[in-house]
Design a protein around this ligand. Structure first.
Ligand code: GLU
Length: 368
């Protein structure tokens, strides 16, 4: 992050007439400043939901065997005294759960809570602590349905608070910095882990055992280092105030199922999901969202019955091309663009609260 100092600047520093800090800046774009408040600090609310960041192990050597969702939000905040130096912070305990147990009901409840907070004049930004397992889904859901430009920052950790080199404390401090930063506004829901600022829409858990667990194929938006934000790109997809979806008008989400593609498949995972109430199937296909020839009739039949068929990919990176591998126009199917199956599931559920039209659904998949 440092820039090379010109020889003359270096000479002045060596002579003692300039502080060594002159070597550091300025960066090409000014680092983020925080929003003004009476105290001069931004006001940030930390909404806690559980996860490893609130986890506790039997002893400090337990970095992977521990119980998630144990430490309450006030203790999480108190454990990071540096937070008081960067923001006026208070906590709200939404849930105390491991994130694999999130349901649609909890997604909706959390989004309504966050939506109410960002409408307040005395709140400059919101941090949501969360388990890493499904934080990518919750981040994308909030990105789609909370109508605000104020920063909403997801944060998690891979090691419990009781472990040696626990990553939660710095991640939480960084999240509060980002939530209070004026230059974090209007960038969609963010995820702060491992010094990186990721787009909530793009980031996904890629490693299940290391602190560098999250990854976006399009790269992080920026970094947060020693209390300052540094930005390198901004999202172009619709979110927040530019989204057509609003949690204030959503009280339920339709059921959407993911079926994972592989060789030697059977139709039952699709038909059983629909019998169980699924209104859309995310086909996590091989390669470019491919569908085995012997399954095509099953999916065509389900589409005839009104079920939306959305082709995503199990590959992880890249994006599914429409009318490649399968004639989507002819079959009236949708492609998930660059969304992985679990993100596609979130967008499909949100979109189906507004439309049942497959062409509208495809437009939404291109725009969000
Ligand atoms: N499975 C738990 C959860 O997602 C713990 C994993 C974590 O937070 O890293 O809440």
């Amino acid at each position: 992050m440092r820039r090379t100092a010109p020889a003359t600047l270096l000479a002045l520093i060596l002579a003692g007439s300039l502080p060594a800090a002159a070597l550091e800046g300025p960066a090409p774009a000014a680092p983020g400043t925080t929003a003004p408040a009476a105290s001069g600090k931004p006001r940030v609310v930390i909404v806690a939901t559980g996860g490893t960041i609130a986890g506790a192990g039997a002893d400090a050597a337990n970095s992977a065997t521990y119980q998630a969702a144990k430490v309450p939000v006030d203790k999480l905040i108190a454990a990071v005294p540096a937070i008081a130096g960067v923001a006026e912070v208070r906590g709200e305990q939404a849930f105390q759960i491991a994130s694999e147990s999130f349901t649609n009901a909890q997604l909706i409840q959390l989004a309504k809570q966050v939506s109410a907070l960002v409408k307040r004049d005395d709140v400059d930004g919101v941090v949501v602590t969360h388990g890493t397992d499904t934080v990518e889904e919750t981040a994308y859901f909030l990105d789609l349905v909370v109508k605000t430009d104020k920063p909403i920052v997801m944060v998690a950790s891979m090691r419990p608070s009781t472990a040696i080199s626990a990553d939660g404390a710095l991640n939480l401090l960084d999240a509060v910095v980002v939530a209070g930063a004026r230059d974090a506004r209007a960038k969609g829901v963010l995820l702060t882990m491992n010094d990186e600022i990721q787009a909530g829409r793009d980031s996904t858990k890629r490693v299940n055992i290391k602190p560098s667990a999250f990854f976006s194929q399009w790269g992080p938006l920026g970094m947060v280092v020693e209390g300052k934000t540094y930005w390198f790109r901004a999202p172009v997809k619709r979110h927040g105030t530019t989204s057509e979806f609003d949690i204030d008008t959503i009280d339920a989400l339709p059921d959407v199922a993911i079926v994972y593609g592989s060789g030697n498949m059977h139709p039952e995972p699709y038909t059983t999901a629909v019998a169980g109430g699924a209104k859309a199937i995310i086909h996590a296909g091989t390669g470019n969202g491919s569908v085995a020839g012997y399954l095509v009739d099953t999916l065509k039949d389900l589409r005839q019955k009104g079920v939306q068929i959305i082709r995503s990919s199990r590959v992880g990176d890249g994006f599914v091309l429409r009318n490649a591998e399968q004639p989507d126009d002819k079959y009236d199917w949708v492609v998930a663009h660059d969304l992985n199956p679990q993100k596609a599931k979130i967008l499909a559920a949100v979109a189906l609260t507004k439309t049942q039209d497959s062409k509208e659904l495809q437009r939404i998949f291109w725009e969000y």
